[in-house]
Structure formats: structure tokens, C-alpha cells
Design a protein. Structure first.
Length: 326
């Protein structure tokens, strides 16, 4: 996605532009969490400003397009779109992954999640309504740079470069978050013995898990060379869906098995002792998984199976008694 927008300014292919971005954010992540957090904050401010700009452009066009299924796909189209666009919401699980870097996480992380989820949902819906109102759903679906097309249509080409800059900022921000969170996830698993120990090595000055950062950047680069954004997003969505199934299922199990456990945050609402929120989460995931691309389901399942196999081998190696020295 970054590479496509970058191609508006420089003569790079989308894949090459994506690899340049990954190299840059990997270098930033290696410097430590403080610089990453400052850069993420600045990029987020620009990103929100860009979304508000698009919403402002679309306001005069409200009512000019059918927002309730004008393409004839109905709820099937809504579910398919939701299954793919869920990729835009994976940043919230990254907040959890980075909880160890936060002060007083049991208090601040739940609040940050709820506030960010509310604001992001409102912004995304407003942008979607504005974009469809300006150029229509069919034109958006066929576009490689939809927001640029929205501005081109509304202002006759003026401001499109500005929107491209906003899009570059947004995708750079997401990529930096992903690489940083992925490295911390690997670090935590390595400390727990679920991944090889070298992934837990940290820099003396930066205190960043530098081996895990490099691995995260390298794996992301491998996926970037595929060049199919929708396919990679669908594979990612499947992995996130499986995580959400596990997390929501764990909430239900723990409410039964450990009802008196200390819970700094407790999901509200329950029916006969069964919390409603995780049940709705499970249902939503089960509805959206079948809407993903078939190839993505196969590749995602193979990757998860490979992860399970690797985890089993590592666990067996750790539990095996060390050979006696003679």
C-alpha cells in the first residue's frame, strides 16, 4: 500500500517502495521504544488530520450515492468487506503486545483500547461514507489509490498529492507498529521458552530486542515481495481471527474456572454468568472467516500448522533431559 502511493512521487514499483519502508521502520525499531513511540504519535496526528480532510471534502456530496447496497451485493458484500477491512483494526491487539512498555498498564491499556477503538471506528465510518458519496462504491473497488481518486474527483486534481502524503503517513505508521509489536511478541515468547532464546537478546543502549526486530522486518519483507495486498491482508486477518477465537474462548473458560480471579478490567454484561462480549466476538469471527479468500485460508492454515509444529518441537527440546557428560 505504501509503495503504491510512493509511486506517485518517485519511480519505484510498489514492491520496491514497500521494501524501502520496511528497511526504514526496522531501523527505527532498533533504536528502542521511546523513539518509536514519539514517531508513532507524530505520524498518528498527521494520519488523523488526513482522514478529517477527506471527510471534509466529502461533506458537500452527501446524499449523492446509495450507501445501503447500491451495487446489489447486500449483506454478503458487507460481510466480505468487513472480513477484509478488519486488517485496519489489528493495531488494537498490538496495544496489548506493547503493554509491558507502558506505565500502569492494567489501568491505562484498557482505557487506551476503548478510546482508540471508538475514535477509529467513527473516523473510518465517516471516511467510508464520504468516499462512497464522492465517487461511488464501484469506482473505489476498482481503484489502486482510492483516496487520491476521491480528491481528484472532488477538486479536479488539486490536493491529491496531499492525500497521497497522508496515505504514506498512515501506512508507515501501521508498519512501524507492526514491526515493533511483532518483535515484542517474539521477545515475550522467547523469554517464556516458546521460541528460540536468541530472540530475547536486547541491545545494551536501546534495550530493544534487536534479533526479534530483524526477524520481524525480514519476514515482513518476504510477504511484501508477493505484491498482492488483498491476499496478504487476508492471510493476516485469518491469523488475527484465530487469535481472537482463542482469546474470547479463554475469557469464557476463565470466567467459569476462575470466577474469583483478580481482574483489573472486566468486560461488562452477562447472561446467567456468561459474559456477552466474548460470545459476540466469537460469533462475529465465525461469520467473517468464511468470507476470506480461499487461497488465504489455505496459506494461513499452513502457516499456523507450521507454527504449531515448531512450537511442539521447541517444547519437546526444552522438556528433554540434558545428556549426561562422561
Amino acid at each position: 500500500g505504501f509503495g503504491r502511493y510512493l509511486g506517485r512521487f518517485v519511480g519505484l514499483t510498489p514492491t520496491a517502495g514497500g521494501l524501502v519502508l520496511l528497511a526504514a521502520v526496522t531501523a527505527v525499531a532498533l533504536t528502542g521504544i521511546r523513539r518509536s513511540a514519539v514517531l508513532t504519535t507524530l505520524l498518528s496526528i498527521v494520519q488523523v488530520g488526513g482522514l478529517l480532510y477527506v471527510v471534509t471534502i466529502g461533506l458537500p456530496h452527501l446524499g449523492q450515492a446509495d450507501l445501503l447496497g447500491g451495487d446489489g451485493r447486500g449483506w454478503g458484500g458487507v460481510v466480505s468487506a468487513a472480513a477484509l477491512v478488519f486488517f485496519a483494526f489489528i493495531g488494537f491487539d498490538e496495544v496489548i503486545t506493547l503493554a509491558e512498555e507502558a506505565k500502569d498498564p492494567t489501568r491505562t491499556v484498557p482505557r487506551a483500547l476503548l478510546i482508540a477503538l471508538g475514535l477509529s471506528s467513527a473516523l473510518y465510518m465517516a471516511v467510508a461514507v464520504a468516499a462512497v458519496s464522492v465517487v461511488g462504491a464501484a469506482s473505489l473497488a476498482a481503484s489502486e489509490r482510492p483516496l487520491v481518486d476521491v480528491i481528484d474527483h472532488a477538486l479536479g486534481g488539486r490536493g491529491a498529492d496531499v492525500v497521497a502524503v497522508f496515505a504514506l503517513t498512515a501506512t508507515a505508521n501501521t508498519t512501524l507498529l507492526c514491526v515493533t509489536a511483532a518483535s515484542r511478541l517474539q521477545y515475550g515468547m522467547a523469554v517464556a521458552g516458546a521460541l528460540p532464546a536468541p530472540l530475547a537478546r536486547v541491545g545494551r543502549r536501546s534495550r530493544a530486542p534487536w534479533v526479534a526486530v530483524l526477524v520481524a522486518g525480514a519476514v515482513a519483507a518476504a510477504f511484501a515481495t508477493i505484491g498482492d495486498l488483498a491476499f496478504v491482508a487476508s492471510v493476516t486477518d485469518l491469523a488475527v481471527y484465530l487469535v481472537f477465537l482463542a482469546v474470547n474462548g479463554a475469557v469464557l473458560v476463565l470466567r467459569r474456572r476462575r470466577p474469583d480471579a483478580a481482574r483489573p478490567f472486566r468486560a461488562p454484561g452477562q447472561v446467567r454468568g456468561v459474559p456477552v462480549t466474548p460470545v459476540l466476538g466469537l460469533l462475529a469471527v465465525l461469520v467473517m472467516i468464511p468470507a476470506l479468500d480461499g487461497r488465504a485460508l489455505v496459506v494461513g492454515a499452513l502457516l499456523c500448522a507450521a507454527g504449531l509444529a515448531a512450537g511442539g518441537l521447541i517444547s519437546r527440546a526444552r522438556s528433554s533431559p540434558a545428556p549426561r557428560r562422561r
